[in-house]
Design a protein around this ligand. Structure first.
Ligand code: ZN
Ligand code: ZN
Length: 172
């Protein structure tokens, strides 16, 4: 499982999607994940997670291509917020507008970068606006994706899940 990049994306109302290996999964019931495209294309791929949010099983029999957002991926950050990695740059959630998330470049304040990315709530890439004013701030060279699920990931996922739980408590 170490080679998979797994992350959770809040999808609103306290729910979340699992993004695994570039594919999106919907939870039903708790700990059981089915491909988010199951309803559309009858994809049978599924995954299971334990109570700590770690992936313990992955059946990757997708009958379709990876969704468009595979070039962007999401990481839980230390503060329990989501980070978007897109084309070797790191983005933080800037705001939510209707059913879209707007992401601002990490270097927005430090370097005045105005590059923005927009995704849907379930992480599908919508558009990118503006250009970076700096060199890529997040390259594969300084990032080890496999670490996510192994040692560090546990910590990160835990903090994200507790954040999501907090959100659940504050929603409605
Ligand atoms: Zn699928
Ligand atoms: Zn930038």
């Amino acid at each position: 499982m170490g080679k998979l990049t797994a992350a959770y994306i809040p999808t609103g109302r306290g729910k979340k999607n699992l993004v695994l290996d570039g594919f999106s999964f919907t939870e039903s019931p708790a700990g059981y994940w089915v491909c988010s495209r199951r309803k559309n294309v009858n994809c049978r791929a599924s995954a299971r997670t334990n109570k700590r949010g770690e992936v313990i099983r992955y059946d990757n029999t997708h009958n379709h291509e990876k969704p468009k957002f595979y070039k962007a991926f999401f990481l839980p950050s230390r503060a329990g917020k989501m980070v978007l990695i897109f084309r070797n740059n790191k983005f933080w959630v800037n705001n939510q507008y209707r059913d879209k998330l707007n992401w601002a470049c990490r270097d927005k304040d430090s370097k005045g970068c105005l590059c923005r990315v927009q995704t849907t709530m379930d992480g599908r890439f919508v558009r990118v606006k503006g250009h970076h004013t700096h060199k890529p701030n997040f390259t594969p060279d300084n990032f080890n994706a496999s670490g996510l699920i192994k040692s560090k990931g546990k910590e990160c996922n835990d903090s994200l899940i507790s954040k999501i739980r907090q959100d659940e408590n504050t929603v409605e």
